[in-house]
Design a protein around this ligand. Structure first.
Ligand code: HEC
Length: 421
């Protein structure tokens, strides 16, 4: 059993205990009161589901509505237990990160959804309702707003997805450092994921074969553009990213900035005009944060294998390095992700661990930056499910899948935000 899946085992054990407790009155013990909507479930939905399930988000259903939630209680419990809802995110017990309380449900909370469904989804007493958690923070005084120049009409593939890239005007006249950054989806009902990149090569679109100067083009996997550097990745539930004090991400005048939109829309016609808001500094910070990419290359994920693992081990041969956060990146068959720092003395520090979902890729910013000292090894490990029943499978029967940039190939990358003195 891999460490990354331990919580699942734990979750099912707690559910099992829950069932035993429900039978307990026959043995004379105090019954545990069943969870109720107002006391137990509504706060969880507000916190961990509402970003997508308030009736105006990608999850469409309004699970904040008690009647809808009651009707769907068994489905909610099943999707939560399977680790599918909320969509997989890194386990904050490996390393705490911003927005973890919204993006990740612990084993006890998962079990609560099951216990509520099994008890017949009681509403309980409205006077026990807890106040809703505060609204998601916004950048109210942005120094820079980068907006799509016009609304894009979403034209999904047969599977409902569209990937669309927009080259944004860069108005900067001098080098500038990002201090805080926030994605503002135009139509939250269809915006599934946004990636913001800089193209220092001034040839955005070349990797997709579009003529120079094209402002909007179809772009499924941004890694086709080898000189694109990730600035930010948004998935619903992610709010403002604040760079730690005395750090910043540099932007230069003339550099192209590209917004990669991933839309999910069952039918065409939705209009979206998304934007980014930033707070900037014009003075260089003490530490300039940059992106670097680690991971195994090349490899093949063999057909039919339900747990194929690849790893890379990279020793820090240079200066002490600070890691502020990261984005795990795999493709459709990606199933779980694990990264750690180890040393010769047997020390091991967890960097990132969790299940993976190609359609819900986010950037995780650690509550506390971590150190990667000279001589220590950064290990990145990915696990794929290339069996016929794997959730990301698109070939029946499955095929060997090689490393590569295409979405029907596979990758295993740790995209990290770093600084070095
Ligand atoms: C990041 C966005 C997001 C979050 C957060 C999220 N969901 Fe979803 N949910 C979706 C999307 C997108 C779908 C539709 C695709 C699918 O079914 O996988 C969905 C579908 C569902 C469905 C299936 C409805 C059906 O008719 O089959 C249920 C039930 C559900 N979500 C429950 C939850 C619960 C409970 C939570 C919180 C614990 C949650 N979701 C959090 C995005 C989200």
């Amino acid at each position: 059993m891999r460490e990354g899946n331990a919580w699942k085992k734990q979750a099912s054990r707690i559910v099992f205990l829950g069932a035993v407790v429900a039978l307990a009155p026959a043995c004379g013990a105090e019954p545990t009161p069943a969870p109720t909507w107002y006391r137990d479930i509504q706060p969880l939905v507000d916190r961990s589901c509402a970003a997508c399930h308030d009736g105006s988000g990608v999850g469409r259903l309004n699970l904040q509505d008690a009647a809808t939630a009651r009707a769907l209680a068994p489905t909610m419990a099943a999707r939560v237990e399977a680790g599918e809802m909320p969509p997989p995110a890194l386990d904050p017990s490996c390393r705490p990160y911003a927005d973890a309380e919204r993006m990740y449900l612990g084993a006890e909370d998962r079990a609560r959804f099951r216990a509520w469904a099994d008890a017949g989804a009681p509403l309980g007493d409205p006077s026990e309702a807890t106040a809703k958690p505060g609204n998601v923070a916004h950048i109210d005084d942005p120094d820079l707003v980068l907006e799509m120049p016009e609304a894009h009409e979403v034209a999904p593939d047969d599977d409902g997805n569209e990937y669309w890239c927009v080259v944004l005007d860069n108005p900067l006249a001098t080098p500038t450092w990002i201090k805080a950054i926030e994605a503002v989806p135009g139509d939250p009902l269809v915006v599934h994921h946004i990636g913001l990149y800089r193209d220092a090569g001034h040839d955005a679109g070349a990797g997709y074969g579009v003529p120079p100067g094209t402002k909007g083009f179809s772009c499924r996997d941004p890694v086709l553009e080898l000189d694109w550097q990730l600035l930010h990745a948004f998935a619903p539930g992610v709010s403002v990213m604040e760079l730690p004090k005395d750090t910043g991400i540099r932007l230069d005048p003339g550099e192209q900035i590209v917004m990669q939109m991933h839309y999910y829309a069952p039918k065409p016609g939705a209009l979206d005009r998304s934007a980014y808001r930033m707070r900037l500094a014009t003075e260089a910070p003490a530490a300039e944060v940059f992106m670097d990419v680690f991971g195994p290359v090349p490899f093949t994920v063999p057909a039919g294998v339900s747990q194929h693992v690849e790893r890379s081990v990279i020793t820090n041969e240079g200066a002490p390095t600070t890691i502020y956060g990261l984005l795990p990146h795999m493709h459709l068959l990606g199933r779980s992700y694990d990264a750690w720092i180890e040393d010769d003395a047997g020390g091991r520090a967890c960097v990132a661990r969790g299940d993976f979902d190609f359609h819900h890729q986010a950037l995780y910013v650690f509550d506390e930056p971590m150190q990667w000292q000279p001589g220590q090894r950064l290990v990145t490990e990915c696990t794929w499910d290339n069996s016929a029943t794997g959730k990301g499978q698109t070939h029946f029967p499955p095929l060997d899948v090689a490393w590569g940039e295409g979405t029907n190939q596979e990758m295993c990358f740790l995209v990290a935000y770093l600084s070095r003195p």
